[in-house]
Design a protein around this ligand. Structure first.
Ligand code: IVH
Length: 668
């Protein structure tokens, strides 16, 4: 393409992508599929790579990719960011209304706007001639930190204002609240807990921490979002009311909360606040109150400011989501991944309308850090849909009867040994067949990269476990066609198919079986490394931690995990039973030609001709090694589509880069 046409196409793509981003992230009403969006995005990326001089600051590709900062720079707000005065209860709201009337010398009803008070992080976004120029945190209200690059990664923040409705001001400073969605927060903490990483305390602090990352790539990987609720200045634009300002912000492409109402008088305000309270638990963000603002801009100006807060607004604070109660007992609960979570059983207490009887204590470190004991009086908190948690102990109420708690050494469900790996916060039951973990384990055991038992869907596994037909993965191989056909939604033909799939799965190799056990840190690649090195279960059972760690690519964490797996007698029994049921382990075919001996391959980007797993198996089949990171020891880096930093690193280190086709040729 010539530069003239490229420029035209780049503008077209940029406009289209910005429009679709707005439909998706702000309106939640996408017009095109994700894959169509990705195709347009890739086309733009590709053109911009060819014509870097044509990259514009409002290109959607510019949301990420800036190098990490050394530190944040201070930024002074053109108009200070004030805070809000508080009102507690309806009487204080009526007092606020009377105060406003006195101040404005009016007896007539005042029109107000009622909004949820978002419990997030206050930020200011500056637009110069419609283009997002600067973004900062509130700081002390006068000076904040320049977090522009991080704010750019939030997809609901327009990079350029939409202008189809009105002209945009020369300069616009809007303000809003950045938040971490509760759903994303719960998901992230679950993942962190499963990985043994410390969990985050609450969505608000996590949003603040995410916004203050020096590397904007980290911010980009997290689902931050924003609501715009006010403004500092709009040079060259007049608003007659706050509600008109919010409507205009929406038209310019900003995300404005949908639960905002205009009220004709203070009694309507009170009803509006009640509606917001009722919504509280159903929202994907935390709110800690309602904000009430005089709607007319002229009246706002007339009412004026105090030093730190406007006279024309107030915040109705909601009932705290914290209460105090007593811990009756602490009980370890075994989760689907074998993690033991200590749960506090509480004297029942109502927290913001919901009765709470249990609260999580997360893990032993958290118990020790907060020094929580059985019998203690504690502060318990609910936040959104997050499981209630113990915040702190009220030490002054502790009696000598308070008892310390330690996670048991044996699993409360199956009696197997419980272990905490170095560097992890979580204790885990080491028994692969522990009933608490069974469904999840079975599903993994049967999956494609593992034993590849076709037809074992989630519903079927559920029935097999609930009817106690499978208590251990080895039980699969004694299932009969009649037993299967007796299950819900299971015709004779499908039962027969499953029996055949089970039979076929018996012919396997060591790496698949190892992977099927779902040993922590042992994915498909590590399974193959172990199988290649040790060849039999007997050798693996005998291997010491040191011996495991001597293997190339096996670090101390993997070595510890494998060692512990083979130390648990329940696991050894399962292996014996599997072998007795006819599971046969093929010896890994040794290639006749070791043409890749001493060569290390790294695959990166989206491969088109092979799956990543197939490609790695092929390399190993010819005596080579597949690794995940590029280093000086890498012989070849094979790049698929959209290869990123690994391909770059290969070039930096002078490692030969191959296309998939070139790699395929080497195999022939
Ligand atoms: S209006 C002076 N509207 O609450 C006017 N603020 O406690 C203040 N906040 O710093 C801005 N939701 O960051 C406004 N709907 C909302 C809000 C809101 C949350 C924050 C804001 C402010 C703090 C004051």
């Amino acid at each position: 393409m010539d530069p003239k046409n490229a420029k035209k196409r780049i503008t077209e793509l940029s406009d289209q992508l910005n429009h679709h981003s707005y439909r998706y992230y702000v309106l939640d009403e996408p017009e095109i599929s994700d894959s169509k969006y990705d195709r347009l995005y890739r086309e733009l990326q590709h053109l911009e790579e060819q014509f870097p001089q044509l990259v514009t600051p409002d290109s959607p590709t510019q949301r990420v990719g800036a190098p990490p900062l050394a530190a944040f720079v201070s930024l002074t707000h053109a108009v200070p960011m004030l805070s809000l005065d508080n009102a507690f209860g309806n009487d204080e709201l009526r007092e606020f209304d009377n105060r406003i009337k006195r101040l404005l010398n009016r007896t007539k009803d005042i029109e107000y706007v009622v909004e949820p008070k978002i419990d997030g992080v206050a930020v200011e976004l500056v637009y110069e001639n419609g283009l997002f120029a600067l973004g900062s945190t509130r700081g002390d209200g006068f000076v904040g930190e320049n977090v522009t690059l991080n704010l750019k990664t939030i997809k609901s923040i327009p990079i350029r204002l939409l202008t189809n409705e009105t002209t945009v001001p020369e300069r616009l400073d809007v303000r809003g609240e950045v938040y971490y969605p509760n759903s994303g927060f719960v998901k992230m903490n679950k993942e962190r807990e499963a990985k043994g990483e410390p969990i985050y305390a609450n969505p608000r602090n996590t949003a603040a921490g995410t916004l203050r990352q020096l590397d904007s790539k980290i911010t980009a990987a997290r689902p931050l979002n924003i609501f715009i609720h006010s403004f500092g200045q709009a040079v060259g634009h007049e608003f007659s009311s706050h509600s008109e300002a919010l409507e205009t912000f929406k038209a310019w492409g900003f995300r404005v909360n949908s639960h905002i109402t205009v009220c004709r008088n203070i009694e309507e305000v009170i009803k509006g606040c009640e509606k917001i309270v009722a919504l509280r638990d159903s929202l994907d963000y935390d709110i800690d109150g309602a904000v009430i603002k005089v709607n007319s801009m002229a009246l706002q100006t007339q009412a004026g400011m105090r030093t730190r807060s406007p006279r024309w607004a107030t915040a109705l604070k909601f009932e705290a989501k914290q209460e105090t109660t007593q811990i009756l007992d602490i009980v370890p609960q075994v989760g689907r991944t074998g993690a033991l979570t200590p749960v506090a059983h509480l004297k029942p207490v109502k927290i913001a309308g919901v009765e709470v009887r249990r609260a999580t204590l997360h893990n032993q470190d958290e118990i020790d850090r907060k020094d929580v004991r059985i019998g203690d009086w504690v502060v318990v908190q609910r936040a959104g849909d997050v499981i209630p948690e113990v915040v702190k102990v009220i030490i002054s109420k502790r009696t000598s009867a308070a008892k310390k708690f330690k996670i048991p050494k044996k699993c409360p469900i199956c009696g197997s040994h419980v272990l905490r790996m170095k560097g992890e916060a979580v204790h885990r039951c080491q028994n692969f067949s522990c009933p608490a973990q069974l469904k999840e384990r079975i599903q993994h055991f049967a999956s494609k990269g593992a034993m590849d038992i076709e037809g074992l869907g989630e519903k079927l596994v559920e029935q097999l476990v609930e009817k106690k037909l499978v208590k251990n993965v080895a039980d699969f191989y004694s299932l009969t066609k009649e037993q299967l056909a007796g299950l819900e939604r299971m015709a004779e033909k499908s039962a027969q198919n499953i029996i055949e799939a089970l039979e076929a799965s018996k012919n396997t190799d060591l790496s698949r079986l190892l992977y099927a056990f779902g040993i922590r840190f042992v994915g498909e690649h590590v399974s193959r490394v172990l199988a290649k090195e040790f060849e039999t279960f007997e050798n693996l059972k005998k291997a010491s931690k040191e011996c495991l760690q001597d293997v190339y690519e096996i670090g101390p964490q993997v070595a510890e995990s494998v060692y512990q797996f083979f130390k648990e007698v329940h696991n050894l029994e399962t292996i014996d039973r599997l072998l007795k049921s006819g599971v046969r382990i093929k010896k890994v075919e040794s290639a006749t030609d070791n043409k890749f001996a001493n060569q290390t391959f790294v695959f990166t980007g989206a491969l088109q001709l092979f799956t990543r797993d197939e490609a790695e198996r092929l390399v190993e089949r010819w005596g080579g090694r597949a690794a995940s990171a590029v280093s000086r020891n890498t012989t070849f880096v094979v790049v698929g589509q959209n290869a990123g930093s690994k391909a770059e690193k290969a070039r930096d280190l002078n490692v030969t880069v191959l296309t998939e086709a070139e790699f395929k040729k080497m195999l022939e």
